[in-house]
Design a protein around this ligand. Sequence first.
Ligand SMILES: CC(C)(COP(=O)(O)OP(=O)(O)OC[C@H]1O[C@@H](n2cnc3c(N)ncnc32)[C@H](O)[C@@H]1OP(=O)(O)O)[C@@H](O)C(=O)NCCC(=O)NCCS
Length: 186
Amino acid sequence: MLTHKGTLTLTTPRLTLRRLTVDDAPAMYENWASDEKVTKYLSWDIHESVEATSELLTKWVTEYKKPKYYHWVIEFNGTIIGTINFHAISDKDEHCEMGYCIGSKWWNKGFVTEAAAEIIRFAFEELNANKICALHDTDNIASGRIMQKNGMKLEGLLRKHKMRKDGTRGDLAYYSILKDEWVINK
Ligand SMILES: CC(C)(COP(=O)(O)OP(=O)(O)OC[C@H]1O[C@@H](n2cnc3c(N)ncnc32)[C@H](O)[C@@H]1OP(=O)(O)O)[C@@H](O)C(=O)NCCC(=O)NCCS
């Protein structure tokens, strides 16, 4: 069984991963929630206003009461740049899925690879997870690179599984890493 600890603050060489607060709304809106490049492959659309961001944060913040809610904001040098989370958590099967996004200003600097490495460690070492999974549209190469750089293996493709925003159907690549493999990689 998983042992839940909730969204604890985690640190990496360059980043702090912490709980979101409603006060993060203006920076979240500015830095990624209003960035169309960010939402291209995501299920949500850009926020129309900072008020929309604030409303969403109000909901998310109440979720922290649940011990199995894992949703971190990624902070670099005092600026919040995106989020990373676990969802689709199965206590019995001891696995979960990882998701992430950051503002395009900060892309390709290794930030999400670094954040993912730390939450994967947290899940294996502190939550008793046996497997971490993640999916990406095969056109979203950067997302797949994060999975590969963290030692995740391709399990297979979910063919034409996702209706993209441009109306085309995308294949999803399904990646995972097992605790045994992570221990070897470490
Ligand atoms: C996907 C995303 C999280 C990547 O975050 P990031 O911090 O830029 O990622 P990193 O810098 O850690 O790694 C990105 C890697 O992809 C590579 N990359 C980026 N675009 C690429 C492209 N078009 N072709 C080949 N490689 C590419 C980078 O070079 C880097 O790999 P490298 O270190 O081997 O050179 C970010 O682009 C994002 O938030 N996108 C929008 C939201 C999203 O798509 N989330 C994922 C949904 S599954």
